[in-house]
Design a protein around this ligand. Sequence first.
Ligand SMILES: Cc1cc2nc3c(=O)[nH]c(=O)nc-3n(C[C@H](O)[C@H](O)[C@H](O)COP(=O)(O)OP(=O)(O)OC[C@H]3O[C@@H](n4cnc5c(N)ncnc54)[C@H](O)[C@@H]3O)c2cc1C
Ligand code: SF4
Length: 326
Amino acid sequence: MRALGYVRGRSLAEAARLLAEGGGEFVAGGTDLVQRLEDGVLPPARLVDVKPGDGLDAIQIDGDEVRLGALVRLAEVIEHAELRRALPVLVEALEATASPQVRNLATVGGNPLQRTRCLYFRDPTLPCNRRAPNSGCGAREGRNRNTAILGTSEHCIAAHPSDFAVALAALDTEVETSRGRTLSLLDLHRLPGTVPEREHVLDPGELIRSLRLERSTLAERSHYLKVQDRGEFEWALCSAAVAVDLDDGGGIRAARVAVGGFATKPWRLPRVEAALVDRQPGPALFREAAARAVEGAQPRGENAFKLELLPRTIARALEELHEARP
Ligand SMILES: Cc1cc2nc3c(=O)[nH]c(=O)nc-3n(C[C@H](O)[C@H](O)[C@H](O)COP(=O)(O)OP(=O)(O)OC[C@H]3O[C@@H](n4cnc5c(N)ncnc54)[C@H](O)[C@@H]3O)c2cc1C
Ligand code: SF4
């Protein structure tokens, strides 16, 4: 049996090198990783940590550019007055995430890379292609109420679990890595396709250094709506992150709509966005545009109710935003 190990890099570059050369798992807040180790979902591994500093634990605002170091805690974003004003959808998504205790540990780099809550993935005795390649997908014919209807494949239909990543997707966030690469958050996660165990495009030993966002009038008029089975401390059954910018006549100049709980990765809906632009905001328009969200959706068994829930969630999020910031 393999033993659990632990090493700490003095910088992100050193942590990345330790991972590339010796393998193992990077640990940030540890709230997802340690649970997977405890549940036997992940075999004992060498954990690679990194010393904070060098901007990794800093929130930096320079003009309209906002940079969140990968080790910034979720609670620190919530407590930041300027982020609350400039990027409300981000703060609202984090306030709806987990518990205060978890948010004090969990980081903005680790949250988007947490693994799915599919119950077959989380139980090492059950078949799951994502955890154990080629073992089968238990959820396809089994308990699949919480699975996705967008971006699925024959091999995996698991929904992406992160609330925060949905808000990041709506705000056109860029991910900066330890290799000096910059990529769109929308390109960070892979569709499951035939290799669902490969969840993101980072190379072995490549780590998220920071998240880069822009302050704008669009981002200021943004909102996150989460629907969950229990009142608190629960992952989303579904969610919508919306942002709408208005012109001088009150018409919609630009719109962003991203959804969670419906898709296998953080998911933008460009057809819904296009249906909103150059129109006057109001409940009828929101319902008409939101109806386009289910184009191409593939429901399966217990998750068919999401066909109705998806447009309703988007329309309600847009209505709440319009009422709060007319
Ligand atoms: C009781 C409970 C309730 C929860 N409810 C919610 C909820 O409602 N909504 C929600 O979104 N989440 C929820 N979560 C999940 C929680 O938000 C995540 O576990 C947490 O955000 C992960 O961040 P972390 O820093 O602890 O990551 P870790 O557990 O340290 O890491 C997670 C994964 O990301 C990788 N990783 C971490 N940092 C980096 C980096 N910089 N570069 C590359 N890879 C990296 C790790 O190797 C690991 O595979 C809940 C968790 C608990 C325990
Ligand atoms: S949906 Fe994905 S995570 Fe769930 S059992 Fe199937 S392969 Fe595993």
